[in-house]
Design a protein around this ligand. Structure first.
Ligand code: ADP
Length: 299
């Protein structure tokens, strides 16, 4: 073999070897970068989880510590209102005294209403902290979903009588689910109170129950403002409220926690939640629950 050919071959091999080493180096560097990114992501996730855990602990402690004094303030106020009612019948004919007592009673009653509101907010915060860690206590029992919906409609205290509530339930056998009745009622109450809050009083609200294969689905529909498509996923997040939305009934502005808690309750029951809506075209909120299995339904 001639010398230049040998030289050419060795150069070629050198080049091949060099490109091989380069490839290995690139792979190693790539792997190093990936490992570093994975480690960073893991650290970030751990930090997030820790922060979330601390926040939940803080919320739980704060809510508990706020609730105890509130309960005793509320009790004392209610006691005072009762005493004043009694004293009003015993003012020895003094109109001035009666007037003072009447005004004081009104003030106390208004304070009591504000305390109820505050207690509700604290309860919501506490629930939210619990739902984050999936530690909502569930008391599961076999329950008739149709009966439960009837009860919710009858129990409505925050929706005025003038609002029409249409209950649409399939005829036939009861729809049985394994559920915590109080928690499911809480979800239906919340859907209903939102439907009332975000739609005009003259429009009826419809509550519908449907069995679909292995699940039961409950719908609550209103003819209110609706929710823009791009906001529909976010309304289930903690503290999220659709901007510039006008409350149609009641003055109570929420914290953006109610739907989040509803989702957690339903997910802990192995169900799903969702909404169908168009802006200006009303909203239909729904949830599903697995039907109680056939053998459970046997007498
Ligand atoms: P809030 O207590 O603040 O109402 P929710 O978690 O119940 O919180 O609801 C989150 C947001 O979803 C509300 O602030 C409102 O913007 C929107 N929303 C909920 N229900 C309806 C509804 N039926 N119609 C229109 N918007 C709704």
């Amino acid at each position: 073999m001639k010398k230049p050919t040998l030289l050419f071959l060795s150069l070629k091999m050198l080049k091949k070897g060099f490109s091989f080493i380069l490839k290995i180096m690139l792979v190693l560097i790539g792997r190093e970068i990936l490992q570093r990114q994975q480690a960073e992501a893991k650290t970030r996730l751990l930090a997030q989880l820790e922060a979330q855990q601390r926040m939940n602990e803080f919320l739980s402690i704060a809510s508990h510590d706020l609730k105890t004094p509130l309960t005793s303030i509320k009790g004392n106020i209610q006691l005072m209102v009762r005493r004043m009612k009694k004293s009003l019948n015993d003012t020895n004919g003094s109109k001035e005294m009666a007037q003072i007592l009447l005004e004081a009673r009104e003030l106390l009653e208004r304070t009591d209403q504000q305390l109820t509101r505050l207690t509700r907010i604290i309860n919501t915060l506490l629930e939210s902290a619990r739902s984050k860690t999936n530690t909502l206590d569930l008391l599961l029992e076999l329950c008739e979903l149709d009966g439960l919906l009837h009860e919710v409609v009858q129990e409505q205290r925050h929706i005025p009588q003038t609002r029409v509530l249409n209950l649409n339930i399939p005829s036939g056998d009861p729809v049985l689910v394994m559920a915590d009745t109080q928690r499911i009622k809480q979800v239906v109450h919340h859907y209903l109170s939102n439907a009332h809050k975000y739609s005009k009083i003259e429009h009826p609200i419809e509550i519908r129950l449907q069995s679909e294969g292995r699940a039961a689905r409950v719908f609550v529909s209103d003819k209110g403002l609706g929710i823009p498509t791009h906001e529909q996923a976010r309304i289930w997040e903690q503290f999220y409220r659709v901007p510039d939305i006008e409350v149609q009934n009641g003055t109570e502005i929420g914290l953006g926690l109610g739907l989040h808690i509803c989702r957690k309750i339903i997910e802990q029951h192995r169900g799903q939640v969702g909404v169908y809506s168009t802006q200006g075209g009303g909203a239909t909120f729904w949830f599903t629950l697995p039907l109680a299995s056939q053998d459970l339904q046997m007498p």
